[in-house]
Write a protein that binds this ligand. Structure first.
Ligand code: NAD
Length: 306
């Protein structure tokens, strides 16, 4: 299988690196020239629990150098999904697939507008990675990956991709309800990301004060109401699960927190913003998510102006 990864940051480099190690032909595509140059000159350095190793995937800034591929994996931040979708449509073979494991809601729909919806696979991953600098990442966490077809249809392409990922050490299972899967990952991001981004706290500190727990719980419960109104089968213990994740990742800054710390645009529009958009269409009230989204957008729009 020949694979292109669009967005070779922390996660794209991790998946591309592991797939390269398993013997698959991988092409990392990124617009960040210094990173691509380092990947070509020195390879990709992966650090895991203090041990580093070097892998040598192909890396380019120009998609035309790649040719057609069997699988495109999209790992740009959700703010860049529309641009990545156009590139994915150029790269994927007529019988190939495009997989998104990005956080947030809306990525698979954007991809489905650019490539035939039947080609789009979506899912979630509990692997974690941090970009340390050009050509260097830390493999920060290992966990299950779940994927499935975004539009109802043949599960065979998802099964094939799951086998290739699993063979590369990325344990992957196919689910028949990828929409519910993505909503449940969204609930975690809704409960943790904006609050930590706005306040500067670490994930575990959400649990310290009754007021912060209450805010997180209300944001998650609004998102659960929206999901239920959409016909998603929502689990009962979602809020407990969100709090367990906050505790298990207590010392971490959320990805949105890190984006704000580094004055980068966040994925707010695909997380709390997506809850608000979906809610409007369904006539569900989501004042907490609307407030969190408005505050993060305000923060972003004033970067560098203080
Ligand atoms: P990142 O910022 O490290 O990497 C994104 C990369 O995309 C950057 O290198 C950027 O230059 C590149 N890019 C932007 N626009 C592009 C374009 N048009 N074409 C090609 N490349 C482009 O982000 P990340 O942390 O790897 O996260 C990627 C996605 O995965 C996000 O949706 C994130 O929420 C999700 N995710 C991240 C983690 C994690 O641990 N980092 C875990 C699970 C899910």
């Amino acid at each position: 299988m020949k694979i292109a990864v669009i967005g070779a940051g922390a996660m794209g480099s991790l998946f591309g690196g592991l797939l390269t190690e398993s013997g698959v032909e991988v092409w990392l595509l990124d617009i960040w020239e210094a990173h691509v140059n380092t990947l070509n000159q020195s390879g990709l350095t992966i650090e895991r629990e203090g041990i580093t190793r070097v892998v040598r995937p192909n890396a380019v800034t120009n998609p035309q150098s790649i040719g057609k591929v069997d699988l495109v994996i999209v790992f740009v931040k959700s703010t860049h999904t529309a641009a990545a979708a156009k590139t994915a449509a150029e790269l994927v073979r007529s019988d190939g697939s495009v997989l998104t494991l990005q956080n947030g809601m809306g990525n698979a729909d954007i991809l489905s507008q650019a490539v035939a919806p039947g080609k789009v696979l979506a899912g979630t991953t509990s692997h974690g990675a941090t970009l340390l600098g050009p050509g260097q990442i830390r493999h920060a966490g290992i966990g299950p990956t779940r994927i499935g077809p975004w539009a109802a249809g043949d599960p065979a392409p998802a099964q094939k991709v799951a086998r290739v990922l699993t063979d590369a050490g990325i344990e992957t299972k196919v689910t028949d309800d990828v929409h519910a899967l993505i909503w449940h990952k969204l609930f975690i991001n809704v409960g943790i990301n904006a609050i930590t981004a706005l306040t500067g706290i670490h994930n575990g500190q959400i649990l310290d004060l009754a007021a912060t727990r209450d805010l997180s719980q209300k944001a998650v419960e609004e998102a659960m109401s929206v999901a239920r109104a959409k016909g998603i089968n929502v689990e009962k213990d979602v809020v407990d699960h969100v709090f367990q994740i906050a505790e298990a990742t207590a010392a971490n800054r959320s990805s949105m927190g890190q984006d704000v710390d580094n004055r980068r645009l966040t994925e707010i529009n695909a997380i709390n913003g997506a809850v608000v958009r979906e809610a409007r269409q369904l006539g569900v009230a989501t004042p907490i998510n609307a407030t969190l989204a408005a505050l993060v957008e305000t923060l972003e729009s004033h970067y560098g102006k203080d």
